[in-house]
Design a protein around this ligand. Structure first.
Ligand code: ADP
Length: 262
């Protein structure tokens, strides 16, 4: 593309130009900040699994050849660490894609009830032990301004968490769709272990995992809910959570309604 020098003739044009310049610089700064934070978070988080792997390789090297028990245990622990790193990388990729996407959100119109129905049906296939319920409290058509695949990805993260953090025998998850004047509201409620008030303020932070000792047994990377935060930010939505330790959690997503033309 040929470079077109900008010609400025009036003061008004200088003002316009300054405005555009400031906007671009702000965006560039935000982008650079995000990238810096991402790189430092990732390096920090990959250090632990790499150190564990290093330890196992040393063990294998020293004793593994003669001791089949050590061989088995270290190999399976290493495999577990590698699979944790793999899911971490996949989720990091999803996150950076969300952060960098410039979404055109003006012409999107998605039927959330339809997506919720199919997502829940598919989810049931891999979680047969759960009682899954869909409650429809919509008064309108339930259309919202979010891409269908992004909505599906969002509710899947919340459904996965609801299942993962329900280790007892109360295996019930309810997805409720409702609306207010501006938003279509999705609630995903479980009867699982719940979150303590101290942890609740941090669950949307990148890599945060409540009660690390207990959670190490439950697989996860601490990235799912930061993907949700980014998702609602991109679509001018909101996310809220209420939870009671030992009783369960309720995650609520709000996405702007598609209002019918007057
Ligand atoms: P991950 O599940 O991979 O650890 P998330 O970002 O999805 O990461 O969640 C962050 C933390 O919030 C989890 O580690 C868990 O402690 C807590 N959490 C999320 N969802 C639930 C839930 N439905 N019930 C209880 N705790 C939850």
């Amino acid at each position: 593309i040929a470079y077109q020098p900008v010609e400025i003739k009036t003061n008004d044009e200088i003002e316009d130009l300054a405005e555009v310049y400031n906007e671009i610089m702000q965006k560039a700064h935000r982008y650079l900040d995000q990238q810096k934070r991402l790189v430092s978070d990732v390096s920090h988080e990959l250090r632990t699994p790499l150190a564990v792997l290093d330890g196992h390789i040393n063990l294998l090297n020293r004793w593994g050849k003669n001791d089949p028990k050590i061989l088995d245990e270290s190999l399976s622990a290493s495999r577990e660490e590698i699979s944790r790193m793999k899911s971490m990388l996949e989720e990091m990729l999803a996150l950076s894609r969300f952060e960098n996407d410039e979404l055109d959100i003006h012409n999107i119109d998605t039927d959330l009830l339809k997506i919720a129905e199919t997502t829940l049906k598919n989810f049931h296939l891999i979680h047969e032990d759960f009682e899954l319920k869909l409650v429809n409290q919509l008064t309108g058509n339930g259309h919202a301004k979010i891409h269908a695949n992004h909505y599906e990805q969002g509710i899947l993260i919340l459904l996965d968490n609801a299942a993962k953090y329900s280790p007892g025998d109360k295996k019930a998850i309810t997805l409720t769709l409702s609306e207010d004047d501006d938003y279509i509201i999705t609630s995903i409620k479980d009867c699982g272990m719940g979150i303590s008030p101290e942890d609740l303020e941090h669950v949307f932070e990148r890599f945060f995992r409540a009660d690390k000792a207990r959670n190490r047994q439950i697989g996860g990377t601490g990235l799912g809910l930061s993907i949700i935060s980014q998702l609602v930010e991109n679509y001018n939505g909101e996310v809220l959570v209420t939870s009671q330790l030992g009783e369960g959690s309720d995650f609520i997503l709000k996405f702007p309604k598609v209002k019918p033309a007057l």
